[in-house]
Design a protein around this ligand. Structure first.
Ligand SMILES: Cc1ncc(COP(=O)(O)O)c(C=O)c1O
Length: 396
């Protein structure tokens, strides 16, 4: 869908794109307003040659194609590609490199991405250096390794620090102009930040999270404005074959239609819960970019549309009491993942970030009392009451 010129200022067509882009009923004969699910793995073609838009479902599928068009519009990208999971998207992006290349990755990155670069990519001869992207002097020095790819998250997981994306892009472009700059935008979604507008080359998502939003699909995506990068991603999407099913594409397209409205509610609920916890006597510290106490409150205000649905906090107690607290939550589930309509809590040190070394965890503030909360769409007062009751049961 074409954007009016004033997009981003007076007029914001995000929701319009989420609902209409990619699903024009004119593209199929019955004009259904909801895309039909095309399960066929192969398609009848007119000529015995390559080149048809749909020929074999690993190469392209109508449901995937509708979804990719919509994702590109939301991301402000020329093209987007879907994969079987966020990790499949990460792996496919890494195939843009060759043996002997270096990756410079933020030390404060999702544990699975850390594991992939440290233990899997290295087997293909691709080595990764992890560095604190909040320290621009350290980042600049680390660029001496001349990385082919730079990888980071703008809101880091689980300590919710904000990477100054514009400053990072400037430092990288100055020193290593041809490095591929990739941002994992899972925690924010394009509703809260569009990294391509700020000069990065590739945006990656674990669509599994907010983009789908219903905790029932595993998927990843890559989006770019660069035709050469897009061509390579498309090639590796087909050649590696880590693609999502047509049904999952249908489900995500359905989820995207409420992305803006869900995100607004996630953000407002998270703010209520963060403010409640900040004043709770059994909480040591709350990490939420929307609190004035957050060390990067000003930066968050400048670059984000709103502050997201994730809240992390340190329990005023022992590691054992923190575990007891988590097991006593009634509305909020103890579980992996984030970004669904339901609230989830987890203990990063023994769950999502358990594969990191003790030193790496210490360096970024992951202690045995740090809890990460994905604030869902329930009544935030009920969530606050649930947290209060579990804290009192565990500690008093
Ligand atoms: C920030 C981030 N990036 C990437 C991933 C990996 O995505 P997936 O689980 O869809 O493979 C996750 C999963 O939790 C994540 O939180």
């Amino acid at each position: 869908m074409e954007q009016p010129e004033e997009f981003g200022e007076g007029f914001d067509s995000f929701s319009t794109d989420a609902i209409h882009t990619g699903v024009d009923p004119m593209q199929w004969s019955h004009r259904a307003v909801v895309p039909p699910i095309t399960l066929a793995t192969t398609f009848q073609i007119a000529e015995p040659t390559r080149g048809a838009r749909f020929y074999y479902s690993r190469g392209n599928n109508p449901n995937r194609s509708c979804l990719e068009e919509c994702l590109a519009a939301l991301e402000g990208a020329k093209s987007a590609y879907c994969f079987a999971s966020g990790m499949a998207a990460t792996m496919t992006a890494t195939h843009l490199l060759t043996s002997g290349d270096n990756v410079l990755c933020s030390a404060d990155v999702y544990g699975g991405v850390f594991r992939y670069f440290k233990y899997c990519a290295v087997k293909m001869g691709i080595s990764t250096t992890f560095v604190d992207f909040l320290d621009l002097a350290k980042l600049e020095a680390a660029l001496d390794c001349k990385p082919k790819m730079v990888w980071f998250e703008v809101v880091t997981n689980p300590t919710l620090k904000i990477t100054d994306i514009e400053a990072v892009v400037a430092v990288v472009r100055k020193k290593v102009p041809d490095a591929l700059i990739c941002v994992d935008n899972t925690f924010l979604t394009p509703y809260l930040l569009r990294p391509l507008d700020l000069g990065v080359d590739i945006v990656m998502h674990s669509i599994t999270k907010y983009m789908n939003g219903h905790s029932d699909v595993l998927m990843g995506s890559l989006a770019t404005n660069d035709a050469n990068i897009a061509q390579q991603i498309k090639f590796f999407q087909m050649a590696l074959g880590a693609v999502p099913s047509p049904f999952d594409c249908f489900m995500v397209q359905r989820g995207l239609k409420t992305l803006a409205i869900r995100l607004r509610e996630h953000c407002s609920n998270a703010k209520v819960v963060a403010e409640y916890l900040e004043n709770h006597p059994l909480i040591d510290k709350v990490l939420y970019p929307g609190l004035a106490s957050h060390s990067q409150y000003g930066l968050a205000k400048r670059i984000l549309r709103d502050n997201g649905g994730m809240v992390s906090f340190y329990v005023k107690g022992s590691g054992e009491q923190t575990k007891t607290f988590l097991k006593n939550l009634k509305i909020i589930s103890l579980g992996f993942s984030l970004g669904g309509y339901e609230s989830l809590a987890e203990l990063p040190c023994t769950m999502t970030h358990s594969m990191m070394t003790d030193e790496a965890r210490d360096a970024i503030g992951i202690t045995n009392t740090l809890v990460r909360l994905s604030v869902g769409l329930e009544n935030p007062t009920d969530l606050s009451r649930d947290l209060d009751s579990a804290l009192k049961t565990a500690i008093l």
